[in-house]
Design a protein around this ligand. Structure first.
Ligand SMILES: NC(=O)c1ccc[n+]([C@@H]2O[C@H](COP(=O)([O-])OP(=O)(O)OC[C@H]3O[C@@H](n4cnc5c(N)ncnc54)[C@H](OP(=O)(O)O)[C@@H]3O)[C@@H](O)[C@H]2O)c1
Length: 321
């Protein structure tokens, strides 16, 4: 495993971290298998886990707590998130901060997450949605500052709404945001337009989330795939989006280098970008953990492959979580 420096704190963070949404929020999850998969990741040197209170109302946080109770190796860094108080994903520009992240609620949810995680302090607390209309509001700024001074959180981040990567840049300029979490993958390349430059200028970390576009970039989707009602993927991979996604994945296959799998290429694409601190594939199986963590070997993609991948950029705007 290779490590990249988390800006400001200088933590050595595994460049392939771990996303835990699926193990709490998606159908077909099995806690025993998820724990085995996470334990394998620890053993292979993964030291960064991303969770959220919203992933099963604390369920994934509690699984992580269970995992780390039995871990006596190197330090592991945990990131969690405060869900929007009004329960609305994504946030909209006309949502009031009072309805989404009032200061006392940020504190209350931080305490709940700490309890689930069995810790006195969390390494990274993030806001789970964002609208830059709130950037100048001193209430969230003061609360974040207080939580840091009191040691309840060590660093603070914002998880940016899907497909709106620039909708955070004013907040970054407050100097209070240590890291952003953004959708970045072979399809969703738009963080390269403005966000990454701002992060480098302001020394802000980047967590690249959804590296496989919720699974399509693993190449396993079929036109007749269905997800149970209530599984978020049933909303994401529906009708037109499913058809378009599969067509695009089929076109992409022609650019996968010989001897490389599509998931491997998807991760290598992300790791090529020096603005990225870590990427956090969602994994519930040991085999996925082993395959994905093995990609962190320092090998570079040829420039011709990177050039071809730029042609697979897909700019989307529909408002979904
Ligand atoms: N708003 C937010 O802040 C937000 C939103 C979305 C996601 N996230 C974070 O980002 C993380 C990653 O996103 P995600 O989990 O939604 O989607 P993702 O990482 O793009 O895709 C996860 C899917 O890929 C499969 N997979 C993983 N490695 C594979 C491999 N080598 N070969 C074949 N299939 C593989 C997983 O299968 P198995 O599950 O069966 O292993 C799972 O079905 C989340 O877990 C969460 O921590 C944050």
């Amino acid at each position: 495993m290779r490590y990249r420096t988390f800006p400001r704190t200088n933590w050595p963070i595994a460049e392939v971290g771990y996303g835990t949404w699926g193990m709490a929020g998606w159908s077909g999850s099995d806690d025993g298998l998820s724990l085995q998969a996470m334990a394998r990741a620890l053993a292979l040197g993964c030291n960064f886990f991303d969770t959220a209170w919203a992933y099963g109302s604390g369920h994934s946080e509690r699984l992580l707590c269970q995992l780390l109770r039995g871990w006596h190796g190197e330090r592991v860094y945990v990131a969690t998130k405060v869900p929007p108080k009004n329960g609305r994903w994504p946030a909209r520009a006309d949502d009031r901060l009072d309805d989404v992240f009032p200061p006392e609620y940020i504190r209350e949810m931080t305490r709940k997450s700490l309890e689930n995680l069995g810790r006195d302090s969390v390494d990274l607390q993030q806001l789970h949605v964002w609208s830059d209309a709130w950037a100048g509001d001193e209430r969230w700024q003061r609360e974040v500052d207080d939580l840091k001074r009191e040691g309840l959180i060590k660093a603070f981040g914002i998880s940016i709404n899907r497909w709106e990567p620039a909708n955070v840049i004013r907040a970054l300029r407050t100097g209070l945001v240590d890291c952003v979490q953004v959708v970045y993958n072979i399809f969703d390349q738009n963080p390269e337009d403005e966000l990454f430059a701002a992060c480098r200028e302001l020394n802000v970390g980047v967590i690249a989330r959804v590296p496989f576009d919720e699974g399509s970039l693993t190449g396993t989707l079929t036109p007749d795939v269905t997800f149970p009602q209530g599984d978020w993927r049933a909303l994401y991979f529906r009708d037109e989006n499913l058809r378009q996604t599969i067509e695009r994945v089929e076109r992409l296959r022609a650019d996968v280098p010989a001897g490389m799998s599509l998931p491997e290429l998807a991760l290598r694409f992300i790791l090529e970008n020096p603005a990225v601190t870590t990427t956090i594939p969602g994994m519930r199986r040991v085999v996925h953990v082993e395959n994905n963590l093995a990609v962190s070997d320092g090998r570079r993609l040829p420039e011709a492959v990177l050039g071809a991948l730029r042609g697979h950029r897909w700019d989307r705007t529909t408002v979904i979580p």
